[in-house]
Design a protein around this ligand. Structure first.
Ligand code: AGP
Length: 601
């Protein structure tokens, strides 16, 4: 979704700090971008296009002032044009506002403001906010009171920040959309404060952060910061320390963040397992979560995280705990069967609106909730009864890669910890080997050569059974997300019930076949069916079965258990998608129409 940055205390460098922050937030949206800097007036530069294009525009014409806000947009209301880019201003250009979320009552507010004589320049819902502030200021309210009174009239989801001419402060509020403060304070009183949708925007400057909750309002000035309720009551806030380094949000010499993050998987998986798995004892340590003893588990998630949830549900069921995965938006808006199940939200960002809505609904019905997330301090982590961190480190590429692998490993750890069984020692030994197995795939993969063969294909299909079914779905999602080619994943057994009609010599089929059990044999049967229709077959396999006899290409993985083989096989599919997109010249880290964190329903 959109990215917000604000900074206080940088004097002449304010615009540069905002632009640097925006470039690290570009994964949240990249339709258009802009900055507003306040001094005696409010100077705004904004336009459709990328942050780099904005940087070129700003050069030689840098707005100057003590406080500023910036925004990178993923369009919801109105197309990506210069007019619709944030910040938006009021009729006098004394107020500038950036916003993430959707203001649901904007139409009524706009009609009311237009009737009062306000003129609008954009199609956005956001533009009502500066005009509301303008009205309050004209009525005699002080700047802070004017922003509070404007925010008070908004319905929907918002993280909103405003600057006002002649006032060295940023005012901001959140409701259902993330906002975090960064604090860089010195004994000499030379303070710098930041405000952003996400920590990477200011991590280079400080590791001390304050997470805002829904219904909170903040005021940042060069000599201090406050957090209050929207009604103005003071709120005591904890200051947290971010544990990852700023370099982790750079490309480290790779062409793309996605490529870097695929290659970071061995380290990410080691982090996820460290201090949780005791191979000698054959036990895992998941803290107090081990005592939850759930009678049933519902996993709610979206996109890639839903594929992890499907996989996790299989693990819990195998451990004797009834479990079901649900698409979060369906769970939130349907009538889910809910008794005393533990509801687990699987969400990399911890900010996905659909997943938060499902979790909130479950809590309201009395369920205990657990967030399996990557982001410490995220909304899911704070609102759920418990949080279990996947510890993958920051993920910038819009296409989730290392966080999917870490989700799978984290769900293994959780299911073993919550429902111990006699097979745990073997499962833990297999988990221990996953980082090295992934490294072997990264070192030896021939996915680039295979991708080269099929750049002109009209569609790509992916099949798998059991633990490899979510991997097939994920392989297809990665392929379609970053290549813009038609790709579908199927449960292998479902192929003959319809999808087989799509299979031709122009549609490569990626078949994930591990081990040689009944599932593997049946999938090999499906491979023969597609081969008989002339489809090229790419087998992702550990070589235990004879699937390679029926395949045109083999993407090899080391032999391991079906659960852990899923993590490793997925890496071959990530590489196939990555190399296909790279050879097609796609903007891999910023696929069209997508954003990293989807904070609207
Ligand atoms: C994955 O490549 C996608 N970008 C997307 O499907 C993502 O997994 C989904 O939006 C859920 O995000 P979350 O894990 O942050 O909740």
């Amino acid at each position: 979704m959109c990215g917000i940055i604000g900074c206080v205390g940088h004097g002449a460098d304010t615009t540069d700090v905002l632009l640097e922050g925006l470039s690290t937030l570009e994964y949240r949206g990249y339709d258009s971008a802009g900055v507003a800097v306040a001094n005696g007036s409010v100077d705004v530069v904004k336009q459709a296009g990328t942050i780099d294009e904005l940087v070129s525009t700003v050069q030689g014409n840098t707005p100057d002032g003590a406080v500023g806000i910036g925004h990178t947009r993923w369009s919801t209301h109105g197309p990506p044009t210069d007019e619709n880019a944030h910040p938006h201003v009021d009729c006098t250009s004394d107020v500038a506002v950036v916003h993430n979320g959707i203001i649901e009552n904007y139409q009524a507010l706009r009609e009311q403001l237009e009737a009062e004589g306000h003129t609008f320049e954009s199609d956005t819902d956001t533009e009502v906010v500066p005009h509301l502030i303008e009205t309050e200021l004209a009525g005699g309210a002080a700047p802070e009171a004017a922003v509070r009174q404007a925010v008070d009239q908004l319905e929907g989801s918002f993280a909103v920040a405003a600057v006002i001419s002649g006032c060295d402060a940023i005012f901001a509020a959140r409701h259902d959309s993330p906002l975090v403060l960064g604090l860089d304070e010195t004994a000499g009183g030379d303070h710098h404060y930041y405000l952003a949708s996400d920590v990477p925007a200011f991590r280079e400057h400080t590791d001390r952060v304050v997470y805002l909750n829904d219904g909170e309002f903040t005021r940042l000035e060069p000599d201090g910061w406050t957090v209050t309720t929207l009604a103005g009551e003071p709120v005591e806030k904890a200051v947290d320390t971010v544990e990852w380094d700023p370099e982790e949000t750079g490309k480290a010499g790779y062409d793309h963040f996605m490529q870097k993050e695929i290659n970071e998987q061995p380290r990410a998986l080691r982090q996820c397992l460290s201090e949780r798995v005791d191979e000698l004892d054959g036990t895992v340590d998941i803290g107090d979560l081990a005592y939850l003893n759930p009678h049933g588990v519902h996993l709610v998630a979206a996109g890639t995280s839903y594929h992890a949830a499907l996989y996790g549900a299989q693990l819990f069921r195998a451990a004797g705990v009834p479990a079901q995965a649900y698409l979060a938006h369906e769970y939130a808006t349907g009538t889910p069967p809910i008794g005393d199940e533990l509801v687990i939200g699987v969400t990399q960002s911890g900010e996905t609106a659909d997943t938060l809505s499902a979790l909130r609904g479950a809590r309201a019905r009395g369920a205990r909730t657990l967030a399996v997330t990557n982001v410490v301090g995220s909304t899911a982590a704070r609102e759920c009864d418990d949080a279990f961190y996947i510890k993958a480190g920051p993920e910038i590429g819009v296409a989730a890669t290392k966080t999917f692998a870490s989700q799978l490993v984290a769900l293994n750890t959780l299911s073993i910890g919550m429902a111990p069984s006699k097979d745990d020692r073997e499962a833990i030994a297999a988990l221990r080997d996953v980082p090295a197995d992934v490294q072997q795939v990264l070192d030896e993969s021939n996915a680039a050569a295979v991708a080269e063969q099929y750049l002109d294909s009209e569609a790509y299909f992916f099949i798998g059974r059991g633990h490899q079914y979510p991997v097939a779905l994920e392989g297809a999602l990665k392929m379609k997300e970053i290549t813009y080619k038609h790709a579908e994943g199927f449960a292998a057994g479902e192929l003959k019930h319809g999808p087989l009609a799509l299979v031709t010599s122009e549609t490569p089929v990626f078949a994930v076949v591990t081990g040689e059990d009944e599932r593997a044999q049946k999938t090999i049967g499906n491979v023969k069916e597609v081969e008989a229709r002339g489809a090229p077959v790419v087998a992702v396999t550990d070589g235990v079965s004879d699937v390679s006899r029926y395949a045109d290409h083999v993407l090899s993985i080391p032999e391991s258990s079906p659960q852990t083989a899923a993590v490793v096989a997925n890496v071959q599919l990530q590489l196939a998608a990555y190399h296909t997109a790279a050879k097609l010249g796609r903007p891999i880290d910023k696929p069209r129409n997508l954003a990293k964190s989807v904070t609207v329903e």
